[in-house]
Design a protein around this ligand. Sequence first.
Ligand code: FAD
Ligand code: NAG
Length: 503
Amino acid sequence: MHTELLTALLTLVMGSFASQEHFQSFDDGVRPTAQQCCNSLEAVLVSSVILYPGSSGYTDQLGSYYSLDQATQRPACRIAPSTAEDVALIVKYATSSRCEFAVRSGGHMSWEGSSNIGHNGFTIDLEGLKLIELQDGGETLSIAPGLTWGEVYAFLKPHGLHTVGARSPGVGVGGFLLGGGVSFLSTEHGLGSDNVLDYEVVLSNGSIVHANKAERSDLFWALKGGSTNYGIVTRFLMPTMPLTQLWGGFLTYSANAVPQLYERMVKVTDQLKVDPRGLMIICTAWNPATKEHTVWALALYLAPHEYPSPLFDGLQDIAPIGGTTRVTNLGEILDEAGQALPKSQYSQWFTLTFKADAKLPWDVQLKGEDIFGDLESSDAHWEVLVQPMNEGMFSAGQKRGGNPFGLSRTHENLCLVMLVMVFWTNPEESALIKAKTQEYLKVSMDLARERGLLTEFIYANYASGTQNVLESYGEENIKKMRAVKEKYDPNNLLEVWKGGWKL
Ligand SMILES: Cc1cc2nc3c(=O)[nH]c(=O)nc-3n(C[C@H](O)[C@H](O)[C@H](O)COP(=O)(O)OP(=O)(O)OC[C@H]3O[C@@H](n4cnc5c(N)ncnc54)[C@H](O)[C@@H]3O)c2cc1C
Ligand SMILES: *[C@@H]1O[C@H](CO)[C@@H](O)[C@H](O)[C@H]1NC(C)=O
């Protein structure tokens, strides 16, 4: 109510200034209000839908965010362009008039402000950019960032094809590919961004350019982990792969199986160098209803073989309490994975990458009890999700031209990446739980460091807004990224783009 009152007041006071003739005069040093930015843009945009608070379209767009922390932010307006030309008009106007904005693709990043903004800015919602087409006789796929991976896979399925996208259907094409992107195919093919063959991108001055191996190869490299520093990508060109039959599914376990499970996972991760077609993910979660930890593992093999050897040797000796492993296709696994994480809750995440170790993840899970234990009557809960990041993944990326992540610096062939997620539903607990999550982050990092297990890399797509993601790519890469920034956005005009990680 407070925000609405303020917006109404602002409109009353400022409304008369928001006329066309002021479009020009904003660059003389006076920063327009967000409301004025919206009104001015409304007058010039050709193919965009502009939504204001109170409209059902505005409310619908907010409802599409994964985390309530983002869904409860109230931008002055939401602009949904349906062409790259309109994206260019918006960026050109916003950077020259210094209007603050955020950019949303699938809205699946968890932290507040990563892809939405409060009343002092507007949000560019890419949902209208849905073009998708096969090119080169089906060998490549051109996709726009308004698509979710679920939509991409549904388009590819009748062609018997797949690509290196997210493992959950609701995740957006844009955010996933600007942060890296771990796919079911990553051990063999590298991260999602390693596979991008061409970017169509709107630069800070509003020009629409392409970046690929042959053209602007510096920008091409930087965009593979570029976050929100270089421009808004309006098209990605990706390779396609045949969609194969596979074996896999989810297995549930009792908590006392966890130590053995993680030992098994370290072995699986090691064996991926022999056979990169497998994957194992383990998730341990506090159940606030039963006050116990629940445990699931995803076991997957990209060919129709049950428990392939040597990869999954010994896994069957650990008795599950339930399971869905079978020979199936990736679409079915994706649907299952879509159910695996809770929705419509407040959530805070953080991540760390560590030398493959069977003990650390469970110790981190148990630390959660110390930290959140006094929230007895709350539904607050936390999950620790662990998956391999192995040499195969790094070298697959290297082979495709490299990326800014600096993964080849780690001499550890065997790394695991840990995603810690905290969920709750009561907004009155938000301040307390956010503070506790930051404490949890520190405790977990310290534990990994004390044991000599911590590696430098911080994975953007799993990180908290407070983590130093770009610094973790190493000095060399940061220097290179800065040089690219200097070339394509020399005056840091994109400073008005909020969210993501800034150089
Ligand atoms: C249920 C669930 C499942 C997930 N599964 C996976 C997984 O399998 N593998 C994995 O690696 N990660 C996974 N993630 C993490 C996910 O990759 C990140 O949250 C990612 O940022 C989401 O992308 P998005 O487009 O939905 O997010 P958004 O919140 O819309 O965007 C994230 C960031 O990217 C920027 N951005 C978006 N589009 C563009 C663009 N076109 N140009 C420039 N910048 C842009 C935004 O401004 C923002 O800063 C998952 C997350 C959830 C919630
Ligand atoms: C926009 O910036 C790019 C990169 O710096 C430059 O090549 C291009 O000429 C600029 N376009 C305009 C219209 O100024």
